[in-house]
Write a new protein. Structure first.
Length: 158
């Protein structure tokens, strides 16, 4: 915060899986301050497995189907997910009995559960991010301080 005393810490989360929070805040704090005022300490952090956190998780290479390098990490992610339950979601008719619905959804759920996992992935995800944010807040502002989170679902304008 450039205004003192600080109103507290504002944790920034850009809202996209794998987004680099620490890097964004370092580069664009002025944009955030223009949105919330200069009375807050703005903190970005890299969620587990991303950015500068350890251990790193890299699920996809930066290779196109033709073997060429690309700077678009979503290219291979999109290829991997194409036409899977992760891409199209669970599909079932609306007028079915509970038993019929179970027979349709269960195989799809099992397909998702069968996806490869590492020992680290079970500690990564929304729940872990929220717990980490709570720990950061407690360390910076105290255990009983309210948690203030800025979640960006759209690009912030400059």
């Amino acid at each position: 915060a450039t205004n003192q005393p600080s109103k507290g810490t504002l944790l920034f989360h850009p809202g996209a899986p794998g987004a680099l929070r620490k890097q964004f805040v370092t580069r664009h704090a002025h944009i955030l301050w223009s949105q919330v005022g200069k009375g807050y300490d703005i903190v970005g952090f890299d969620a587990r497995g991303t950015g500068e956190s350890e251990p790193k998780v890299s699920c996809f290479t930066h290779m196109t189907a033709g073997g060429k390098l690309t700077n678009n990490p979503r290219y291979t992610h999109a290829t991997f997910m194409h036409n899977t339950v992760l891409d199209i979601g669970y599909q079932f008719p609306l007028n079915v009995t509970t038993q019929e619905l179970r027979q349709i959804i269960l195989p799809q759920a099992r397909a998702v559960d069968a996806l490869p996992r590492t020992q680290h992935l079970k500690y990564m995800g929304t729940t872990s991010v929220v717990r980490d944010m709570e720990m950061i807040k407690a360390q910076l502002d105290g255990k009983d301080a309210p948690m203030q989170v800025l979640v960006s679902l759209q690009p912030m304008s400059r």
